[in-house]
Design a binder for this molecule. Structure first.
Ligand code: BGC
Length: 741
C-alpha cells in the first residue's frame, strides 16, 4: 500500500514586488569549466549590527538552490523554473531576516537545469550560455542604514560533489569529495533585461510515497514498486563505507514477464549514482527529476530495505479545486490517474510526459487538457505564466512553435497545437473571470488567426499542399488516432479538415474575447461567418469519428441531427468503441451528449474493452497513457519509441464529468453564476462533482433510487438548475429534487 503524506510547507517569499534592483548586480561565472557538474558560488560577510530585514533576490543560468549558514533558503525546487529563457528569466525573492548571524556564508549552487541540459542542445543561444548566477542581498538595519551585497568579483566559486546533472539523464554525486578549493569568479556580460519576478506557482516537494514493496524480478533484479507513477525523485538512507555506490534507474512499467523495462525512456538515462562516504547518510538529487513508478536498485552496499527509500512528488504548488466521487471504483481510479498525470506534468510548465527524452511544453497537449486542468486545480497563475512564454516564443508572422519553451528550435506550427493561446486564454477567462487574461493574450490570439489567414492556399480555410508522404508534415493531424493508416501516428482525418475547423474555432474564440473586452469585432465576425460557410461547402461529407466530432462541437455543420446520428452509428458499429486521437477525443463525449446521445457517451466512458479509458485502468494504469494500447491484451507493449504511460491528453475526458455528468459549468465568466445541468446514467449508482470556484464550493450529486433520480445541489452563487431539460430553480443555496423516470 502507498501512503501519501502532505509535507508541511516551508516559508518562501515569491511575491515580493520592487526587487528590480537585482538588475544592478552582476552575472558571475566560475573561472573554471563547469562541465556537467554543479558549481557552488560563495560569499561570506559579517554583520556588525542587527538587521531589521534581509531580502535575497537570486536567479541563475541553470537551476539553483541557496543556503545561508548551512540552512536551505526557501523550499523552491529547481528554481528559477522553466521559461523562454532567451526573453524571460524569473528571479526569486526570499526573506532571510531570521536566518542571519554575525558571521555569515551565503552559498548558491547552480546545476544545468532546463537551460543547459541536453534537452535544449538544439537551441544554442540558450544552451551554450555559461553556468552563472546573479543575486543581491539587501540588508536594512534597525538604525535606518542599509547595504546590498551583490554578486561581483568579491564572490568565489568551487566545484561540488555533484559531478553530473541533467534533467533527462539524472545525477551523479560523489560524497567522498568534500572540500573543493574556492576559486575566483569572473563577471560575465549576460543579459539583465530578461530578468522578471517570479510569475508562476513555486515548484515544491508535495508528497512523500513509501514503497509498496520490493520485487525480485524473474531476471533477479531488485525493483522497488511505489505503487503509483509520479514525478520527482527518490531519496534514500544508507549505511556504507567510503567509496560504496548506490545506483538507481527508473521505469514506469514492468515488461510482460515482470522484468525491469525502461526502453521507452529512449535516450533519457534518468540514472542516479551516489558514491558514499563512511557511515549512515541520506541522499536525494537536487537538480534533476524523472517520472517513475519502479526503481531498479542496481547497486546498494547492503540488503535492500524498502523502508530506507521514499519517493518524493515534485510539482507546481497549485490549489486543488475539483473533486469527482462516484459509486464506480474504476471511474474513481480514472479520475485519480488524471489528477496524477496533471501533477506529474505540471512541473512549472505543462509537459507531454515526465520521463522520456521530451518533457517538453507541447502546446497541443496543453490545449487539449486545459479545461480539465482548470477544474482539477486552480491553474490561473500556472497557465498565466506559461502563456507569457508562449507569447514570447510566438514568431513575427504570428505562428506559434509546437513546444514552448521552444528548446528544440522547431520551426513548424501545427493546427490544434498553435491554437493554444486562443483556447487557454479563453478558458482562463471562463473559469476565473479575469479580463486581464484576455487583455494579456488578445493581441497574440489575433496574430495567430491572422497567421492562419495568410498561410492558407484557399481563402476562408486553412489549407496547405499535400505533404502526407513526408515523415515530418506541417500538421500532426489527429495524433495517435486509431484510424491511422498502418505505420502512421496520424489518424485518417484530413489535415486540411482539422486545420480549417480549428481556424474557425480560434476565430470564434477571438471574437468572444474581443467582445468581452468591449472591442469592435465586426471584421472577425465576418471572417468567422465566411470560414464557417466555406467549411460547410468544402467538407460536406463527414468520414471519420473525429470529423463528426469537430463538425458538431465547433458548429460546422447545418445538419447536426444527421451528423450526430451518423457518429452514434459509427460508434455502435465499432462495438461502442472510439477511434479518436488527440484532436477528436477531448470533444467526443460532448459531441454526443450535446446532440441527444448521452447514453452513447456513457457507453464510451464506461467501456472496459480496448480501446477505452477503463481498459487502461483494468491494465493497472496509475496515470493516463499516451496510447490507447500502451499495454496490449497479451501484456506486450505498443512500441518502444513513442510509448509514455504518463501523458495527460486523454485525461481531458474529465471535464465532461464535471460539466456534463455532474453538470457544473460557469454561467458567463468566472462562476459569478453557475449552470447546473447534471446528466445521470443508470449505469452508475451515484456521482458527486464538486468545484471550488473563486466564489465558493459548488456541489452537484445525483443518486439513482427506487423513487427516481435524487439530486443534491449546493451553490454559493446564483444557479440555473436544469434537470431533464427543464429549468427547476434559480438561486443560491441547497436544493434537493427527486425526479421520477
Ligand atoms: C509528444 C506529444 C506531442 C507530439 C506532437 C510527441 O512526441 O509526446 O504529446 O504532442 O509529439 O505530435
Amino acid at each position: 500500500m502507498v501512503v501519501c503524506i502532505k509535507k508541511p510547507k516551508g516559508k518562501v517569499e515569491t511575491d515580493m514586488a520592487g526587487c528590480e534592483w537585482i538588475k544592478e548586480s552582476n552575472w558571475i561565472t566560475p573561472i573554471f569549466d563547469a562541465d556537467d557538474g554543479a558549481v557552488e558560488f560563495v560569499r561570506s560577510f559579517t554583520l556588525d549590527k542587527k538587521a531589521a530585514s534581509a531580502v535575497l533576490t537570486v536567479t541563475a543560468i541553470g537551476v539553483y538552490d541557496a543556503y545561508i549558514n548551512g540552512k536551505r533558503i526557501g523550499d523552491f525546487i529547481l528554481a528559477p523554473g522553466c521559461t523562454a529563457y532567451n526573453k524571460r528569466l524569473q528571479y526569486q525573492t526570499y526573506d532571510i531576516t531570521n536566518m542571519l548571524a554575525g558571521e555569515n556564508t551565503l552559498a548558491i549552487t547552480v546545476g544545468k537545469g532546463w537551460h543547459r541540459s541536453r534537452m535544449s542542445e538544439n537551441r544554442g543561444e540558450i544552451n551554450k550560455k555559461p553556468c552563472a548566477v546573479i543575486a543581491g542581498l539587501k540588508i536594512a538595519y534597525a538604525d535606518g542604514t542599509s547595504k546590498v551585497i551583490r554578486t561581483d568579483e568579491s564572490w568565489q566559486a568551487r566545484k561540488t560533489g555533484i559531478l553530473f546533472n541533467d534533467i533527462w539523464d539524472g545525477e551523479t554525486c560523489d560524497a567522498t569529495l568534500e572540500s573543493f578549493e574556492l576559486e575566483p569568479v569572473r563577471i560575465e556580460e549576460l543579459d539583465r533585461n530578461i530578468l522578471i519576478p517570479q510569475e508562476g506557482e513555486p515548484v515544491r516537494e508535495q508528497e512523500v510515497l513509501y514503497p509498496a514493496g520490493l520485487i525480485i524480478t524473474p531476471k533477479g533484479e531488485k525493483v522497488l514498486d511505489f505503487g503509483q507513477e509520479l514525478t520527482g525523485y527518490v531519496q534514500f538512507c544508507v549505511n556504507a563505507k567510503k567509496g560504496d555506490r548506490v545506483v538507481l534507474s527508473c521505469a514506469e512499467v514492468l515488461d510482460r514477464d515482470g522484468n525491469f523495462y525502461n526502453a521507452n525512456y529512449r535516450s533519457a538515462k534518468s540514472r542516479i549514482t551516489y558514491i558514499c562516504r563512511d557511515g549512515e547518510q541520506a541522499f536525494k538529487p537536487r537538480f534533476t527529476f524523472y517520472g517513475f513508478r519502479y526503481i531498479l536498485v542496481d547497486e546498494y552496499p547492503a540488503q535492500v530495505d524498502p523502508d530506507k527509500f521514499r519517493a518524493v512528488a515534485v510539482y507546481s504548488d497549485m490549489k486543488r479545486t475539483g473533486f469527482i466521487r462516484t459509486s464506480d471504483t474504476k471511474l474513481n481510479r480514472l479520475f485519480s490517474n488524471t489528477l496524477w498525470s496533471q501533477r506529474d506534468n505540471f512541473l512549472d510548465i505543462p509537459t507531454d510526459c515526465p520521463q522520456r527524452d521530451e518533457r517538453m511544453g507541447w502546446t497541443g497537449d496543453a490545449q487539449v487538457f486545459a479545461k480539465t486542468a482548470c477544474y482539477n486545480y486552480d491553474v490561473k497563475r500556472f497557465f498565466g505564466k506559461w502563456l507569457a512564454d508562449v507569447r514570447a516564443e510566438q514568431r513575427e508572422d504570428g505562428s506559434v512553435p509546437d513546444t514552448v519553451p521552444n528548446f528544440w528550435n522547431i520551426s513548424r506550427s501545427s493546427t490544434a497545437w498553435g491554437d493554444v493561446i486562443n483556447v487557454i486564454a479563453w478558458r482562463l477567462y471562463r473559469m476565473y473571470g479575469d479580463r486581464g487574461d484576455l487583455e494579456a493574450n488578445f493581441d497574440a490570439m489575433k496574430r495567430w488567426v491572422d497567421y492562419m489567414t495568410k498561410d492558407s492556399l484557399d481563402k476562408y480555410l486553412w489549407t496547405c499542399k499535400d505533404d502526407s508522404d513526408k515523415m515530418w508534415r506541417k500538421h500532426y493531424g489527429d495524433w495517435l488516432a486509431l484510424d491511422a493508416p498502418s505505420g502512421s501516428y496520424r489518424g485518417s482525418t484530413e489535415d486540411n479538415f482539422i486545420a480549417s475547423a480549428f481556424y474557425a474555432y480560434s476565430t470564434a474564440l477571438l471574437v468572444k474575447a474581443g467582445k468581452a473586452l468591449g472591442k469592435d469585432m465586426s471584421v472577425y465576425e465576418e471572417l468567422y461567418k465566411n470560414i464557417a460557410g466555406t467549411f460547410k461547402e468544402r467538407f460536406k461529407e463527414l468520414k471519420t469519428q473525429t470529423e463528426h466530432v469537430l463538425a458538431l462541437y465547433f458548429h460546422l455543420t447545418d445538419d447536426k441531427a444527421g451528423a450526430a446520428a451518423s457518429l452514434d452509428k459509427m460508434i455502435k458499429e465499432n462495438g461502442n468503441r472510439l477511434q479518436t486521437g488527440f484532436v477528436g477525443t477531448p470533444y467526443l463525449l460532448y459531441a454526443l451528449s450535446e446532440n441527444g446521445y448521452v447514453d452513447t457517451a456513457y457507453d464510451l466512458l464506461l467501456q472496459e474493452e480496448y480501446p477505452s479509458w477503463l481498459y487502461e485502468v483494468n491494465h493497472g494504469a496509475t496515470t493516463i497513457w499516451e496510447h490507447w494500447d500502451g499495454i496490449k491484451e497479451d501484456g506486450s507493449f505498443w512500441s518502444v519509441d513513442m510509448n509514455s504511460y504518463n501523458h495527460y491528453a486523454y485525461g481531458s475526458v474529465m471535464d465532461w464529468l464535471y460539466s456534463v455528468s455532474g453538470g457544473i459549468r460557469p454561467d458567463g465568466a468566472g462562476f459569478d453564476g453557475v449552470i447546473i445541468e447534471p446528466h445521470p446514467t443508470k449505469r452508475i449508482e451515484w456521482l458527486e462533482a464538486e468545484y471550488d470556484s473563486a466564489k465558493g464550493r459548488i456541489v452537484s450529486k445525483w443518486t439513482n433510487t427506487d423513487e427516481g433520480v435524487r439530486y443534491e445541489i449546493q451553490t454559493p452563487v446564483t444557479a440555473k438548475i436544469i434537470l431533464n431539460g427543464r429549468e427547476r430553480a434559480v438561486g443560491a443555496g441547497r436544493y434537493e429534487f427527486t425526479v421520477k423516470i
